[in-house]
Design a binder for this molecule. Structure first.
Ligand code: NI
Length: 336
């Protein structure tokens, strides 16, 4: 009987010890989990949607952006801040959202719409600082240029450029605009640069200073009436320049470093081959948008050059990132 009483006592003690143990472990777990939760919230700056399942199954890893991060412009107090895909606040420069969109932030706010030059890069900015096009100064670039248009194949070429978000420069003759107004409007609206190739494709070295200026002004006025912009660059017909021309022209003159001779051979394969063989970082490629074979070649040239890592840029973009231009000077390339 006494033995039995002792056994019951022992059993009760054992049960008490076990129950106390269970309670202690449970309390300890709760403490650890609370600590983790607060540590988690503070690292992620309150941007992670916390819930128990997430806390116990997925340890926080800032290197793995996931659906928990709300990126882009987020409300904070009475204003907003830009949060990138890593959950970090961006106060200055370029930020990327989790869905891969780039935004330009200036002093904590969206950058102004339009062209922004930042650290030798060009960013075109739309609403809320969203970057619609970027050109990086330290990456290779090529300027495709088309002369003697607007013409029959201009829009076919514009379609290809649009498909790849590539930009080019069109040196136009004022006398042809009336017949292809829509092509010129598209050149402007789609972000290309319209350059001056004189009103009637005149060899400028053969003209008087007065006539040189008249040739440029006529085309300039036509472009301004149609698009609201003035031409900033001249391509002298035939590339012909002398001191008289330099003195008469109040804008930079852009010749070329890669001559496809498309107007001469009228062969798409030859045009493509010449571009593949001779194009380097900073090259200016000469083609003609009145040639059917050129419109054909452009369908291969654009993906070929992009595939080789070149950015396809306007003369304006390339000159801005590669030292600029002076009125009356002639440029053949913009090698870094
Ligand atoms: Ni020409």
């Amino acid at each position: 009987m006494r033995k039995l009483k002792t056994s019951v006592k022992s059993l009760i003690i054992i049960i008490l010890v076990i129950v106390t143990g269970i309670i202690a472990v449970a309390l300890r777990n709760k403490f650890v989990s609370d600590t983790k939760a607060s540590a988690h919230e503070s690292t992620s700056n309150n941007l992670v949607i916390t819930n128990d399942t997430y806390l116990t199954t997925a340890p926080y890893d800032p290197a793995v952006p996931s659906k928990e991060v709300r990126s882009g412009w987020q409300k904070k107090g009475s204003g907003k801040v830009f949060i990138d895909k890593e959950g970090k606040e961006v106060k200055e420069g370029v930020g990327e959202t989790s869905d891969g969109k780039l935004y330009l932030v200036k002093n904590g706010k969206p950058a102004d719409p339009g062209m922004n030059l930042v650290d030798n890069n060009i960013f075109y900015v739309g609403d809320d600082g969203e970057i619609t096009r970027a050109v990086y100064g330290d990456k290779p670039m090529v300027a495709l240029t088309f002369d003697d248009g607007p013409a029959k194949y201009t829009e076919e070429i514009l379609d290809v450029l649009k498909e790849y978000n590539a930009k080019a420069t069109f040196f136009i003759n004022g006398e042809d605009v009336e017949s292809y107004k829509n092509a010129v409007i598209r050149e402007h609206n789609e972000g290309h640069v319209i350059g001056n190739h004189t009103q009637n494709h005149k060899t400028l070295t053969k003209l008087s200073v007065k006539d040189i200026r008249e040739q440029l002004k006529q085309t300039d006025d036509i472009v301004y009436d149609l698009c609201g912009v003035k031409t900033k660059y001249l391509r002298p017909p035939g590339g012909a320049v002398d001191d008289k021309v330099k003195g008469a022209v109040n804008m930079p003159m852009i010749n070329w470093s890669v001559d496809t001779r498309d107007w001469d051979h009228d062969n798409a394969d030859k045009t493509l081959r010449e571009v593949k063989k001779s194009t380097n970082d900073g090259s200016i490629v000469l083609m003609h948008d009145r040639m059917k074979s050129t419109a054909q070649a452009v369908k291969d040239i654009v993906p070929e050059l992009l595939g080789r890592g070149f950015q396809l840029v306007t003369i304006e973009e390339m000159s801005l990132l590669r030292g600029g231009t002076e009125p009356g000077q002639v440029y053949f390339s913009f090698v870094p």
